[in-house]
Design a protein. Structure first.
Length: 318
């Protein structure tokens, strides 16, 4: 694949799994299925789930493996059209007006057409996502939509339904080919049904132990096998049995594995685990809940289970 020739969209669910795997993303078949349908049907994909489970990464991997541009709109409270879609270059427009006045060209209609020209249009992510590209339609990531206001949600309906935006001074701008749209939300608030109806939906859950182990091995290849297994077992135990304010996501698991590897740890040592809990957990109440005797008990249980599993393996087993 050259820089200006996009890759073909995957033709099957298995091909979609392989595409994600080529980008270093360990996906389950349910995610690959809905992503495949989204790509083939040309429908936006709405990904919901806890923070740190890999929603944003899906868009990044798609852009890389398909050879497309990634255009990211990071949502936040107060996001408006001038930051998300377009605004006019007012300084340049004023210069144009003064030049016209100095030359005696003060016809109002002509001047209006002149200053509201695409030359003075500052394009923001939404408008950029609708532009044609030699690489093919871009991957348009609308990240953490739940952080934006409901009014911005309503604006997105035209973009998601018709792949177009309306600029009063210029008219309607429509994409020749619809972008690949990925929307993510951490579910801090509900998104309106009208927007969800325009998308295919998938809940991105925490991975099970087997898949999380595969993710850590892929992303932190320098970690010792025993350390990787014990970290994943520890994190899985926290999610299943501890009443935490914020469960650790896959991103935190990877950070913890990287940190302990940097400290040359070969296994999960209770003292070092306690000292580095701030890499895994982001709230002091959660850290205090886990630290101390509870942490040591979890590590001990993991070690016992590991020893029991080893004892149950047949002689010569891997």
């Amino acid at each position: 694949m050259t820089d200006d020739v996009p890759a073909e969209l995957p033709a099957s669910i298995d091909a979609t799994l392989a595409l994600l795997d080529a980008g270093g993303y360990v996906a389950d078949r349910a995610l690959a299925t809905v992503l495949h349908l989204s790509l083939r049907m040309g429908r936006p994909l709405f990904l919901e789930g806890e923070a740190g489970v890999g929603k944003t990464e899906i868009a990044k991997v798609l852009a890389t493996t398909l050879g497309r541009d990634l255009i990211r709109l990071q949502c936040y409270e107060g996001l408006d059209i001038s930051a998300a879609v377009y605004e006019w270059n007012y300084a340049a427009q004023m210069v144009e007006i003064r030049v016209a006045e100095a030359s005696g060209d003060t016809d109002h209609a002509t001047l209006s057409r002149s200053i509201f020209d695409e030359r003075f249009l500052i394009k923001r992510p939404v408008l950029k996502a609708l532009e044609p590209s030699l690489k093919g339609p871009p991957v348009f990531l609308i990240d953490e939509l739940d952080r934006a206001d409901e009014a911005f949600e309503a604006f997105l309906l035209e973009v998601l339904s018709d792949n177009q935006v309306t600029i009063p001074e210029l008219g309607t701008i429509r994409a020749a080919e619809p972008p690949i749209v990925i929307l993510t939300t951490n579910r801090t608030r509900e998104i309106h049904d009208a927007l969800k109806r325009r998308c295919l939906y998938h809940w991105v859950d925490y991975p099970d132990a087997e898949r999380e182990l595969a993710i850590v091995r892929r992303k932190v290849p320098g970690a010792a096998d025993r350390l990787t297994a014990e970290i994943v077992a520890f994190v899985q135990r926290l999610r299943a049995s501890e009443d935490l304010f914020k469960q650790p996501g896959v991103a935190e698991t990877l950070d913890w594995a990287t940190a302990l590897t940097e400290l040359n740890e070969l296994a999960l040592d209770p003292d070092m685990a306690s000292d580095t809990l701030g890499v895994l957990l982001k709230y002091q109440d959660d850290i205090e809940r886990v630290r101390g005797s509870r942490l040591r008990q979890i590590v001990e249980d993991i070690r016992k289970e590991g020893a029991r599993d080893l004892g149950q393996r047949p002689a010569g087993g891997a």
